[in-house]
Design a protein around this ligand. Structure first.
Ligand SMILES: [Zn+2]
Length: 396
């Protein structure tokens, strides 16, 4: 049986040891790894489980397509309509673009991705088909989970619900939703469709909720009601949840209690320019909080890249996390938080877990996050897929 041993690593920044990998899984931590094992040197690096990108849009990144001059209007709907137009003008190929992001993310230590893929009456399910192609082609490099995402609304664009259903039949694993009041202007109708599809196909739910303050809180309450009514505790994520950053602290406290009871997960990008959920407060309430990049270099904005260590820094900055244990908490949103949100059972550094691993340079975990140097080594299923920041597989 083939064994791979990486000597001289420090799990989560702790004591130096060796990790043995067999059949793509973590088989032990000791110097006693028997004859014939392939041995690599970890050079004292910190060993962490793979980074988890829990919210992005791989089908529409513009990576590798040259600079996009952004002249989009200020509203959410401006960005949505501009993007639908640019998809045609620029020729954004979902298979090619998602592959580019997949390989770049893998080189940065991301081993799992949840990506929201547009489903609308113009693109149909072509985005889903493109990203499914990438999921298959790069399945040994990164795990990709697809959310069928009605970016342009569902009820305001007749035919979209049928396409959402088709997306789930094709292989999307999660049903998405978007601002039930703000976009569809029919919160009950929108959420009944989303949760109806979740029930029919037995899939989790992940809803983009940008709606601010009381409007967002109202939609959030409707999501909580449906989660409990359908017994979907632990299967529902609310992405962004800007309303949890509103000023009415009594209202926020009540929402947090209700979210915890319904075991609803929260996804944050830790936005600099919007109210945002308070990470520590949610963790203390027992809520799973994960982090994501959202759009990478797309028509929405130029800033993001898929480095989840950079995201951990942004989570830390947004939440005033300074102490070493707090920086570790910021990193946790980009590792275990995402894994719990996505229901990854064999994730982590325990014996038997899948050997999806990253070796980071740094004296401590906090230093590794803050410095975010090129990843020394990335393993997926026990195979080295990137070294010193460079992926060993080519992107298109
Ligand atoms: Zn998004």
């Amino acid at each position: 049986m083939h064994s791979l041993v990486i000597r001289n690593v420090r799990p989560m920044g702790g004591e130096t040891t060796s990790v043995t990998i067999r059949e793509g899984r973590i088989a032990g931590y000791s110097e006693d790894f028997g004859e014939g094992a392939e041995i690599l040197d970890g050079a004292g690096a910190i060993l962490i489980p793979g980074l988890v990108e829990a919210h992005t849009h791989m089908d529409k990144t513009l990576l590798g397509m040259g600079w996009y001059r952004n002249e989009v209007g200020p509203g959410l709907i401006d960005k949505i309509e501009n993007e639908r137009m640019q998809r045609r003008v620029l020729g954004i190929d979902p298979a090619r673009q998602s592959a580019r992001q997949a390989v770049l993310a893998a080189s940065l230590g991301t081993t799992h991705v949840r990506t929201h893929v547009d489903v609308d009456t113009e693109v149909g399910v072509a985005g889903i088909e493109g990203v499914l192609e990438t999921r298959e082609r790069y399945r040994d490099v990164v795990d990709i989970e697809l959310v069928a995402f009605p970016q342009s609304g569902m009820l305001i664009r007749p035919g979209t619900v049928e396409l959402m259903e088709k997306a789930l039949q094709l292989g999307a694993q999660v049903v998405g939703g978007l601002d039930p009041a703000g976009i569809d202007r029919d919160p009950k109708g929108h959420l009944d469709v989303v949760f109806g599809l979740a029930e029919k196909y037995g899939v989790p739910v992940d809803i983009h909720l940008h709606e601010p303050a009381e409007l967002g809180a109202f939609s959030m309450e409707l999501i909580i009601e449906r989660t409990k009514a359908l017994g979907l505790q632990g299967k529902v994520t609310i992405s962004h949840a800007f309303c949890l950053g509103m000023t009415d602290q009594d209202y926020v406290a009540a929402l947090i209690t209700a979210l915890a009871q319904a075991q609803i997960h929260i996804l944050t990008t830790a936005p600099a320019s919007r109210p945002a959920p308070a990470v520590k407060r949610l963790v203390e309430a027992g809520i799973v909080i994960a982090a994501g990049t959202d759009g990478v270099r797309d028509t929405w904005g130029p800033y993001n890249n898929p480095d989840m260590l950079e995201r951990a820094v942004l989570v830390g900055l947004r939440n005033n996390l300074r102490r070493d244990d707090e920086v570790a908490l910021a990193l946790d949103t980009c590792t275990f938080g995402g894994a719990r949100m996505m229901g990854l059972n064999d994730y982590g550094l325990d014996l038997g877990c899948k050997a999806d691993l990253v070796l980071l340079d740094g004296e401590t975990l906090a230093e590794a996050v803050v410095d975010r140097r090129p990843r020394r080594m990335v393993l997926k299923g026990g195979k080295v897929i990137a070294r010193d920041g460079t992926a060993l597989i080519a992107a298109p």
